[in-house]
Design a binder for this molecule. Sequence first.
Ligand code: FAD
Length: 491
Amino acid sequence: MRDAIIIGAGISGLVAAYRLKSLGVDALLIETSDRAGGVIRSETIDGYLIERGPNSSQGTQELMALADELGIRAEIVEGDPKAPAYVYHDGELHAVPMSAGAFLKSRLLSARGKLRLIREFFVPARKEESEESVFSFAERRIGREGAERMISAFVSGIYAGDAKKLSVQAAFPKMVNLETSYGGLFRGMFAKAKEARKNKAPAGPRSRRSCSFRQGMSFLTDTLAERIGEDLILGCSDIDLRYEIVSPKGSSDINLKSQISNLKDSSDIDLKSQISNFKSQIPNFKLSFNKSGIREEITCKSVIISTPAFAASRLVAPVSEELSHLLDEIEYPPLAIVYLAYDESMIEHSLRGFGFLAAPREGLNVLGCVWNTSLFEGRAPEGKALMTIFIGGARNPAAARLADDELVTLAHGEIQQAMKIRGEPGSISVTRYERAIPQYNLGHAARVKRIDELIGQNAGLYLAGNYLRGPSTGDCVKEADRVAREVARSM
Ligand SMILES: Cc1cc2nc3c(=O)[nH]c(=O)nc-3n(C[C@H](O)[C@H](O)[C@H](O)COP(=O)(O)OP(=O)(O)OC[C@H]3O[C@@H](n4cnc5c(N)ncnc54)[C@H](O)[C@@H]3O)c2cc1C
């Protein structure tokens, strides 16, 4: 018997388990694979520190506070906040302008495109409340050029997604809020800057732009795993989750899926509501899994599922068919990541910046390239430049499935052209995800609302993960911490 069980030890599950334990809740974290961290995975190969998942995280207040609490703040490395990101357009890399002067000089947008972007100030707010695609929102507010060359490129960088399919309400709620609350993006940004000046910065850890750890992103997840200690069990297979309904006479294991489906066509509303009352009044879960050839069984009051949505879908199927279906609908396109190394002297570009993103209509297969050696220190041997190149995603899933040597040739060929590289690279590794980043496509905001309602009807059941309230590492830390506190309060 445990108070809470967390299933899935990526950053979401690790933060949730760590927080529960820190609040005195008897929590157990179980994971299928033989390591903790999920997609966060740093590895050193021949002196190159590569990231198989996120290369960095936004240094959010929550992440900084967690690093302070874990005593690992000194291990944080920060990217230069003034270093620009680049966009590949018309055969060249263009720094994304970060000042009015740079904007006027930039050749990323034509003169007409710049005028259209400035005119955003006068574009009226949209009246309808239905979900809108990121592309349509951007085109409506800043014009077609800005939508294609800036917003679509950034969508590739964050979601490996398609701006025409992603829901702006679900993927970028803050942007929508600028329009609905202030009348537009510029109006909102100016008003917020004014508010911030008036209220001054709040006390506590400040938010930073981009950060990682000296040893790579895994340092954070490894530290969390270490603190959770023996309450983290790796290598669990065939995980099965059931609601166990405790009746006054004792406990009986009821598979609610079959119970409720039997009632589907029934007009017996009373019986349905009795079951739902039962579930909300006496929550208890029975979890079973295989570990080292032995079938383990644990009963608990609360379960946090922190796996990807498609795995959560299977786990909740015995509890709610509708919830299972909603989770299964979330698209995760494939992604390939290629790591290439060059002598710095081979590269004409200054490489001062984060790297570059490719706008969709530029004819590249590469979605973007991170300049690891420019981003943080200690990522490669002296005199070498390490590049992390992303291929595939929602707009080009077939490219992610090419053979390793084809991926390396493609990546080198395309970044060579963009960055003016003379010479051949050393290939370090390739990472593949058949299902990488969840897409907050049109309909996602409504889907999450319904998921929340169903979770609300199943007392003791919680979800945490990158498919609900933000895909970034910082979002996952914030959300997992919030869910863990809610569980602790319910005990
Ligand atoms: C390639 C890539 C690059 C990214 N780059 C960035 C970036 O630069 N910046 C940024 O902020 N964010 C980035 N992200 C997003 C961010 O890192 C992730 O959203 C976040 O790490 C996800 O954490 P999670 O714990 O929710 O899920 P995951 O990391 O997917 O963890 C889920 C865990 O559940 C386990 N699991 C699965 N099924 C089961 C099961 N049935 N039972 C038990 N356990 C199970 C898995 O093994 C895994 O350990 C990137 C993501 C990817 C994939």
